[in-house]
Design a binder for this molecule. Sequence first.
Ligand SMILES: [Zn+2]
Length: 286
Amino acid sequence: MPELPEVEIVKQSLKSAIKYKKLSKVIVKNRNLRFKIPINFERSLKNKVILNISRISKYIIIEFKSNLYCVFHLGMSGTIHLVKKKFDKITNLSFYQYKQVPKKHNHLKFVFPNFNIIYNDPRRFGFFKLFRNYKDLNLYFKKIGPEPFSKEFNSNYLFKKIQNKKKNIKNILLDQSIIAGLGNIYVNEILFYSKINPKKEGSQISKNEIKKIIKYSNIVLKLAIEYGGSSIRDFQNTEGVNGSFQKEFKIYGRKGETCSRNNCKGIITKFFQTNRSTFMCEICQK
Ligand SMILES: [Zn+2]
């Protein structure tokens, strides 16, 4: 599933490719996504100029001239491909999964004069929505908590949100109304760096631990974005090299391995919390 760093990379890549460009037209090949692509989608976007591309949580917002906004979400398996010419080898703007445009499940094509943007989604959990004014757009994002990089996400805020919670800290951090865009992989990583047991209740988290969560949320996500960005740039030159950010994970996917922290001999265990896999070192995560 695309996580916040990937979505941020997609946003940055899209921004450099399509900001201030005029979209010639949209071709819908298959309307069936999590929500059906609106019937007026193609007509509304034809010949529209793009003013900006931004991100809230894991949603990307394309702002068009005259107060028109296209919001999209990559769901479980959505990928965005930039195809400049027919034989482009590396088209994926994210840093996991297939690098080329797949043959099946290409739902949408955004046609620009010199290139196409293709949306692919085999599992169809992604979606596209249109908003015709800023007020409706804002309303849509009302329930989403602050961004991990924002000033609003500070120790006072997090303390207020978790001090009375019986819920475990991992599920609290996955709650989008508390913090926007943290997914399973990165919450696993952040709790490992912060030396916190993912099963610990919100009310048992100390102020010092809260500070660590905030610090490492920033470090882990920034690292992922930098790494992902550089791995995409590498794709342009070294075709056939896989995105390798997965190798940087300290805890996620490392069941049975020895803990990577200096002087810790713990073995990483795996279990499930609300159907999502948790990895932890029982020795150093208290
Ligand atoms: Zn350990």
